[in-house]
Design a protein around this ligand. Structure first.
Ligand SMILES: Nc1ncnc2c1ncn2[C@@H]1O[C@H](COP(=O)(O)OP(=O)(O)OP(=O)(O)O)[C@@H](O)[C@H]1O
Ligand SMILES: [Mg+2]
Length: 265
C-alpha cells in the first residue's frame, strides 16, 4: 500500500466541525459540535446509545446533512443544505471517493465473491484495469488474512471474515479518511479480535485519518490517539485515551464509564 495523500508531518485537519447542529424534527441530535480531527489521527468516538455518534459520522460523508454550523472535510467546505448524498451527487461524488465507510453490518454484495466485492469500486468508479484491480484486491485480502477466501461469497464467511472483506473493500479505494461505525459490535469476542488486529495495524500506520465509533474501550485505549465522549449531542470530553478513559475530568464521562465498563479499565 502507498501511504496515500494524507501522509506527511504537518498537515491541516482532515475534518473540522464548527458549531454543527443536527435535528430530526424537534429532536436535537447534535448541538453546537466543535471538533477537529487531525490528518493521520485515530479518533475513537464513544458515548451512550442515541447520543449522536452515528449521526456525526454520517455527516462526514454526506449520508446525513447538518442544519447548522460549518463542516470542512479534506479541505473541502461542505455547503449547508444539499440533500443527503445520492451516489451520483455532483458535490459528494468526488469527496466520497476519498472517504471509506465500514458499517456494523458489513453490507457486502451477497452474490459476489470476496475478491469481486473488493475489486468492484476500483473498476466501476475509478476505471482501474481489471487485472490491476484484481492484483490489488488479492493483496488487500491477503493483508486482512483472507488469502484463502478470495472466491468465497459472504454467506460462506464468518462475521469477522465478512467485516475484514468490508475493510479490504474500503481500503481498495485508497481513502484518506476511514469511518467505522461499531465495526465489531455484531461480532463475538474471537471474531472481534481478528477484526481489531486489522484495525490496529491500520491505526499504527497513521497514513489515513480514522474515526471509529466504538463501545470497545480496550480497543480505544490501545489504538486511539484521542477519544471523544459524545453525549446528548455534545462533545463532553476530548483527550488522550488515558485522559478520557482512565482519568475523565467531566463527571458525565465518569458516570458513563462507571456504568459500561466493569473489568475493562
Ligand atoms: N433518520 C432518523 N430520523 C429520526 N431520528 C433519528 C434518525 N436517525 C437517528 N435518529 C435519532 O437521533 C438520535 C441519535 O442517533 P444516532 O444513531 O446518531 O445515535 P448513536 O450515538 O449512534 O447511538 P447507538 O450507540 O445506539 O448507535 C437518536 O435519538 C435516534 O433515534
Ligand atoms: Mg450508532
Amino acid at each position: 500500500m502507498s501511504d496515500g495523500p494524507a501522509a506527511g508531518a504537518s498537515r491541516a485537519p482532515a475534518i473540522v466541525f464548527e458549531g454543527v447542529g443536527k435535528r430530526y424534527g424537534s429532536l436535537v441530535v447534535l448541538d453546537g459540535v466543535d471538533l477537529a480531527v487531525r490528518a493521520g489521527e485515530v479518533l475513537a468516538l464513544i458515548g451512550p446509545s442515541g447520543g449522536g455518534k452515528s449521526t456525526l459520522l454520517r455527516l462526514i460523508n454526506g449520508l446525513e446533512v447538518r442544519d447548522a454550523g460549518a463542516l470542512r472535510v479534506l479541505d473541502v467546505r461542505v455547503p449547508l443544505g444539499p440533500p443527503a448524498a445520492r451516489p451520483d451527487d455532483p458535490f459528494w461524488r468526488p469527496l466520497r471517493r476519498r472517504i471509506g465507510f465500514v458499517f456494523q453490518a458489513f453490507h457486502l454484495y451477497p452474490h459476489k465473491t470476496a475478491l469481486e466485492n473488493v475489486m468492484l469500486a476500483p473498476v466501476a468508479v475509478r476505471g482501474l484495469d481489471r487485472t490491476e484491480a484484481r492484483a490489488r484486491a488479492e493483496a488487500l485480502l491477503e493483508r486482512v488474512g483472507l488469502r484463502a477466501k478470495l472466491g468465497a461469497r459472504p454467506r460462506q464467511l464468518s462475521g469477522g471474515q465478512q467485516q475484514r472483506v468490508a475493510i479490504a473493500r474500503a481500503l481498495a479505494m485508497d481513502p484518506e479518511i476511514l469511518l467505522f461505525d461499531e465495526p465489531t459490535s455484531a461480532l463475538d469476542p474471537e471474531m472481534s479480535a481478528e477484526v481489531n488486529e486489522v484495525l490496529r495495524a491500520l491505526a499504527e500506520e497513521h497514513s489515513r485519518t480514522l474515526v471509529v465509533v466504538t463501545h470497545d474501550y480496550g480497543f480505544a485505549r490501545a489504538c486511539a490517539d484521542r477519544v471523544a465522549f459524545l453525549e446528548a449531542g455534545h462533545i463532553v470530553e476530548l483527550g488522550s485515551a488515558a485522559e478520557v478513559l482512565t482519568r475523565p475530568s467531566d463527571p458525565r464521562t465518569a458516570r458513563f464509564l462507571e456504568r459500561v465498563t466493569h473489568h475493562d479499565r
